[in-house]
Design a protein around this ligand. Structure first.
Ligand code: RIB
Length: 312
């Protein structure tokens, strides 16, 4: 990590640059989620590494990608646990700054039924502005693929899109209002059904249907060259100018789905830069996402190169 120093002019080349969030995840397990005003007892309370950006970077690195992260953490006790798996999975952290704000924090509850709620305090992630991103231009320009999410300021997102010279993959989670041209450069846009509806609304192309095929067609009609619609336990639906393809997912017994969408996104980009087409990359990503749902936490549940992925 650097202390908010600009990235060197001649960075070590990497295939994938993730410009995104780094969080400390504070996870508690509860029998059921509390109602407003109610106090419940839970268990857990351990800090594990998270943040959609960092999660996707780690997943891509564990699937063989050479990955660099652009983001920020605070000079506090959460910075080390938040970056531990980025470091151990070999992600280049020269684009990560230590800033005055506190490390991003996600407060997560996971119920016995497997449902989760997440509240994110952005902290240092809010400093990933256009200026911050532009200071790391050589690194971003050098990448064959840039992977973005919605947990950094919209101006940082737009700057990263402008600087991207390779393929840009966007998982706009959460859905924030971003520059239209930057958003439509996503190839593919990756979203779940809820996010897809919000993205269409943002583009002034909202539809009343939640039928996956209609959502993907509407996103293609809105101007995205390609789309990956993730459907949880029902896999995914991939679309581009050649048509739509259903991607199956393995049947697994899910214990914690926090971060499994990020595992899908990271693995997908790793395979895309390795030469897979959209459909082949998505088939692999669905198996990685399913594996991640069988373990606890986000990055702590991701498969490494030696792990056996579930079969479809
Ligand atoms: O997608 C899961 C992630 O969302 C968590 O790791 C949490 O940090 C929030 O960013």
């Amino acid at each position: 990590m650097s202390d908010a120093q600009p990235h060197p002019d001649t960075p070590t080349p990497v295939d994938i640059v993730v410009v995104g969030s780094i969080n400390a995840d504070l996870t508690v397990r509860v029998a059921r989620h509390p109602s407003p005003g109610e106090t419940l007892l839970g268990s857990g309370g351990v800090i594990t590494p998270g943040g959609k950006g960092a999660n996707q970077a780690v997943a891509a690195a564990l699937q063989g990608g050479s990955v660099a992260m652009v983001g920020a953490v605070g000079a506090d006790a959460h910075a080390d646990p938040a970056t531990e798996l980025l470091r151990s999975s070999g992600v280049d952290l020269s684009g990560v700054a230590t800033v005055e704000e506190t490390t991003g924090l996600a407060v997560i509850t996971v119920s016995d039924g497997g449902e989760n709620t997440i509240v994110v305090v952005p902290g240092a992630n809010a400093t990933v502005t256009a200026e911050f991103v532009e200071e790391r231009a050589p690194l971003i320009r050098s990448a064959r693929a840039v992977l973005l999410q919605g947990e950094i300021p919209a101006e940082g997102f737009a700057a990263a899109a402008r600087l991207s010279t390779g393929r840009m993959v966007v998982n706009l989670a959460p859905v924030i209002e971003v520059d239209r041209q930057a958003l439509l450069a996503a190839d593919p846009i990756m979203a779940n059904e809820h996010e897809a509806g919000l993205i269409l609304e943002q583009l002034g192309a909202g539809i009343s249907s939640d039928v996956p095929e209609e959502l993907v067609s509407a996103l293609l009609d809105a101007g995205f060259p390609s789309v990956v619609l993730t459907l949880g336990a029902h896999g995914a639906l991939v679309g581009d100018a050649t048509g739509l393809t259903r991607i199956p997912t393995p049947r697994i017994s899910a214990v914690d789905t926090v971060g499994s969408g990020d595992a899908f996104a990271g693995a997908f980009v790793a395979r895309l830069v390795a030469g897979d087409d959209l459909v082949t990359a998505s088939r692999h990503a669905a198996r990685v996402g399913a594996f991640a749902a069988t373990g606890h936490g986000a990055q702590t549940s991701y498969p490494g190169p030696d792990d056996q992925l579930p079969e479809v």
